[in-house]
Design a protein around this ligand. Structure first.
Ligand code: IPD
Length: 281
């Protein structure tokens, strides 16, 4: 059946605006959190409220679409497999730990995928008043102005984003890989930075404020919007071992140019981490 992407774009922008209001209002409060997989995997009532606001709102307009959300409010029925169906992938707060601490990088991130390709992306950081949007073949925008990646081709002249996720350090062999990679990047590049939000890292690459980003850990909802933003801004999004980007693989590498992407892949070499995929039962 025909999908009206214009209508999807209007609807998601309206709902993300409301969600951003909600996030801003909650930012003044004392942040009570619960833990999920371990004592550093945080979730707040605000995560769940925003996810519900977004998924309920979208579902009212597009009941036949598929929904994938971080906090599971989409219901077990929708599952986590990426199919050809029109699919909304929602991260109500990317950077929940930032939110809990009042650090300025908490983003609402929504990607709309069709035929296993990203069609629409929106990332809203209410604290910094940054709204990133992208649509397939129509470019990427920050607060309505077109953005481009830096065009940087040399790792030696790059600023690289990388997340140091605590959950990733628990296994000894992973710790070695992560730290060796981080030190390798730091020695080679101009600088290494971390925001605590995967989508924010990708937005920084898309707008040319950072040149590259890689991570072994993020989930589909952390990547669904950022992947299109980087691509539409003229950058590349790929697997950290050099293959095609795979939304469900929990692996990502974004770069301003293919040349830089390939240099990052070379530096990582066989120091790779494979977590359980998002579409594995
Ligand atoms: C996390 C953040 C973090 C990244 C993790 C993500 P969440 O998302 O983006 O920076 O290192 O991979 O899972 O849990 O705050 O939505």
């Amino acid at each position: 059946s025909h999908v009206d992407v214009d209508q999807c774009a209007v609807e998601v922008c309206r709902l993300v605006d409301r969600a951003a209001e909600h996030l801003r209002a909650a930012s003044g409060q004392m942040r009570v959190f619960e833990t999920k997989l371990n004592n550093k995997d945080l979730v707040t009532a605000t995560d769940r409220e925003i996810e519900e606001l977004l998924i309920k709102g979208l579902r009212e307009r597009f009941p036949e679409h598929v929904y994938i959300g971080e906090e599971g409010t989409a219901g077990a029925s929708t599952g986590r497999k990426l199919t050809e169906e029109p699919t909304w992938i929602v991260d109500p707060i990317d950077g929940t730990t930032n939110f809990v601490h009042g650090f300025h990088c908490s983003c609402i991130s929504v990607g709309f995928w069709l035929n296993k390709q990203p069609e629409l992306a929106i990332c809203h950081n209410p604290t910094l008043e940054l709204i990133f949007t992208a649509r397939r073949n129509r470019g990427a925008y920050l607060n309505g102005e077109p953005i481009r990646t830096s065009g940087q081709t040399e790792l030696e002249r790059s600023l690289i984003m990388q997340e140091l996720n605590a959950a990733n350090l628990e296994r000894c062999e992973h710790r070695d890989i992560l730290l060796t990679n981080a030190v390798g990047m730091l020695l080679k590049a101009h600088a290494l930075r971390t925001t605590g939000s995967a989508v924010m890292d990708m937005c920084l690459v898309a707008m040319g404020a950072a040149d590259g980003y890689y991570e072994f850990y993020p989930h589909a909802w952390d990547l669904a919007a950022g992947a299109l933003l980087v691509r539409e801004a003229g950058g590349v999004i790929m697997d950290p071992a050099g293959g095609d980007f795979d939304l469900m693989s929990r692996r990502v590498l974004a770069a301003a140019t293919p040349q830089l992407g390939n240099q990052m892949v070379q530096l990582l070499g066989d120091r790779q981490i494979y977590h359980r995929r998002d579409d594995e039962p």
